[in-house]
Design a protein around this ligand. Structure first.
Ligand code: MG
Length: 237
């Protein structure tokens, strides 16, 4: 893998400009076509332990964690795509792609922390089975999920999303990156320096305006997560 040298992570894929549904295989393919360094997507687990791609806890008013996979497939995405499974998404993401990281967000379980850890283990198992490991950066708001991934895979690339832990502590816990809302870095600019000193990758979400993009580029961020990958690609070049 030779990842693209830009900072652009397409949030839920490159969906917006072309009117693709978020987290669709169409938006993933567009992020790859654009040459983004990363394409982000959200993973959840159904009641019968199927891993699927969807941001919200509900899909067409069905609560994903309490619904079996087959019932969810009664509905499609707005472009007619079937609700992607993680397996389908990873397989599409590895096709003709040697430059775009697959930035895999594991959503916290609404049931309990144990189920969150179970989801983490299942995701890791599938990634290994599909030989997708070289593409993957794991991100999560749930610190326990990241710690479980670290326990199971000493080499996994992990970034934390919640924005409430200092970079030195991330390093102590074996987390590789701070992927925080950009306002966190505005309030705590010393965390930028602390991250660099500790070898913690810097990523910010979800940055859709050129002023903030330029500020983060000037600060030397490794990644910027955006709904406007085309705009960031232009600004960064
Ligand atoms: Mg996400």
């Amino acid at each position: 893998m030779t990842f693209a040298k830009n900072t652009v992570v397409a949030h839920r894929g490159a969906f917006k400009k072309n009117g693709f549904p978020e987290n669709s295989i169409a938006s993933l393919r567009e992020a790859i076509r654009l040459g983004c360094t990363g394409a982000e997507f959200d993973v959840r687990m159904t009641a019968d332990d199927s891993l699927i791609i969807n941001h919200d806890p509900h899909f067409n008013k069905l609560e994903i964690e309490k619904t079996e996979y087959k019932a969810l497939t009664a509905f499609t995405l707005s472009n007619g795509e079937k609700l992607p499974t993680l397996q389908e998404y990873l397989q599409a993401g590895m096709q003709q792609n040697k430059q775009t990281r697959l930035v895999l967000e594991i959503k916290p379980s609404g049931i309990n922390k144990d189920r969150g850890r179970l989801i983490a283990a299942r995701v890791l198992e599938l990634v290994k089975e599909l030989k997708a490991t070289p593409w993957i950066v794991y991100i999560s708001f749930d610190y326990e999920i990241l710690k479980e991934l670290r326990r199971l895979d000493p080499a996994a690339s992990l970034q934390y999303l919640e924005g409430n832990i200092a970079p030195a502590q991330l390093k102590a816990d074996g987390i590789n990156g701070a992927d925080y809302h950009f306002s966190v870095f505005k309030t705590k600019p010393h965390w930028i320096k602390e991250a660099k000193e500790n070898g913690i990758a810097l990523n910010a979400w979800t940055v859709n305006d050129s002023t903030t993009m330029n500020w983060l580029l000037k600060e030397g961020f490794d990644f910027i997560t955006t709904n406007e990958p085309e705009m960031l690609m232009q600004i960064a070049n």
